[in-house]
Design a protein around this ligand. Sequence first.
Ligand SMILES: [Zn+2]
Length: 479
Amino acid sequence: MEYEPVIGLEVHAQLLTRSKIFCGCSTAFGEEPNTLICPVCTGQPGSLPVLNRRAVEFAIRLGLATASRIAPYSLFARKNYFYPDLPKGYQISMYEHPLAVDGSIEINVQGQKKKIKLIRIHMEEDAGKLKHGETPETASFSYVDFNRTGVPLVEIVGGPDIRSPQEAGDYLRKLRALLQYLEICTGNMEEGSFRCDANVSVRPKGQKEFGTRTEVKNMNSFRHVEKALEYEIKRQIGVLEGGEEVVQETRLWDPNQGVTVSMRSKEEAHDYRYFPDPDLVPISIDEAWIEQIRGSLPELPDQKRERFIKEYQIPEYDAEILTSTKAMANYYEECIRLFPEAKTVSNWMMGDLLKELKRDEREIEQCPVTPKHLAEMLVLIKKGTISGKIAKDVFEEMYRTGDRPEKIVKDKGWVQILDEGEIEGVIRRVMEANPKLVEDYRKGKDKLFGFFVGEVMKATKGKANPKLLNELLKDKLKG
Ligand SMILES: [Zn+2]
């Protein structure tokens, strides 16, 4: 039987406000544990939360950018559960009245546009962080760091519209790009500012009803999300084919073993005993504020892609990749400002540059080749100082060392030979060394031309100007 996976993703994104959602403590990452805390975010009796307006504005930005409906009335609720990283014994979240609903995010599936529905976007506070034996001093203890407690989050609940791990990855990349374009989240998965849980089930292809789902947690990179989903889909199919039933539960991805393991049976909403938080008034958002925020939105990925196609006359495929992150789009535009040949720049970025970054698993922000250096190299090709072929080596050197292309070309002696006399000299030597082949060529073996080109290139280490070499060689071989 053929099975089809059904995947829905829940993403938690930390908002880039300077202070926490209900108090004035800093949201800085990586500070000494328990230095960014106060009575409010540690849940001291008698302390009262005050909502951070900027956090609401950021959440509205995301709502508008995903074509969600911003609720005129939303409400914070208490989600009650006990865990040592949650000092109040409840998390302030939204339940019945989320901030935004019915949005969508568009992804590209094999050349077709596909909309993934966003059921809701709601705001909540982050919990603290437990540390178990991460250093020798803490080997036999568990510690808790409350610095993260109260950092504002948005939870983005996607519909069960995703049908493969690849689509899940594309959706997450698009969502993260959107958050970064909006400048409301760093999107850093390793630091936990962008976290994803997945609801996964499988069903026989063609069946309408969903199968029993599991929730997979603890995936802290895009690669892990795709791998964990692949594993979990296979596991569930295996369970069903073995004649058993999938158990509804929460499972943890173990990146070292490459498996998901059962963590606990899945809670239902009623386990959390939600009720409206009596310490916070309802949020009422008027049209004027929404329009003001709408007016301040930056150019978003889809708009930028369309503009790139029109303004720079590049193919949609190029534009899609070049706008996939804001940093990439900025790199591209910076480069064509200095070297205004849009398709040439795109070819180098999509080819050599992305290949190197992918191999090193680096983001473009960490690219050792600056837009300025890439543009300088393209100028060298255009002026004829280096050939397109040598440029590949120059680029590799630039990537390895971060040096300017002029310096590399000079140090390595990679300047293209444009001197006719010098190329003629090499041609003469090659012909003298192969008298029999010269004779064969002259008798009509045209194919040997390539051999002579190759020999001259070998002798000049690829530096002979190809056009000049062709002309001179034809002339000399004629006799
Ligand atoms: Zn605080």
